[in-house]
Design a protein around this ligand. Structure first.
Ligand SMILES: [Zn+2]
Ligand SMILES: [Zn+2]
Ligand SMILES: [Zn+2]
Length: 104
């Protein structure tokens, strides 16, 4: 089984109480589908099924590798470098998010 060797790069172990949406989409007025949190700096971006794929764009631009889903009930994290999904027990909390502009 593949494992992630970048866990020491995680700086965020407490999820924010609430976010307004994908911060990059909000800036340009675009809609998103699902939200992802960068566990290295707290950037909130949108998933790869969203038109702008801001979570992946952020990972490529910043070199940050690990994201956590902010969708209700989704506990998984993802490492872009290792391409491995994982549950991180050290990450706590649940984030209130607005309904997706694209639904689903
Ligand atoms: Zn990794
Ligand atoms: Zn976005
Ligand atoms: Zn980041």
């Amino acid at each position: 089984m593949a494992t992630c060797s970048h866990l020491d790069e995680i700086t965020i172990t407490q999820l924010p109480e609430a976010v307004d949406g994908c911060e990059d989409c909000l800036r340009i007025g675009d809609p998103w589908l699902h939200l992802r949190l960068c566990l290295e700096c707290g950037h909130v971006g949108c998933c790869d099924d969203s038109p702008n794929r801001h979570a992946t764009a952020h990972a490529e631009a910043s070199g940050h590798r690990i994201i956590r889903s902010l969708e209700p009930g989704e506990l998984w994290s993802w490492c872009y470098a290792d391409e491995v999904a994982m549950i991180l027990p050290e990450v706590h909390g649940e984030t209130r998010i607005p309904p997706s502009p694209l639904g689903g």
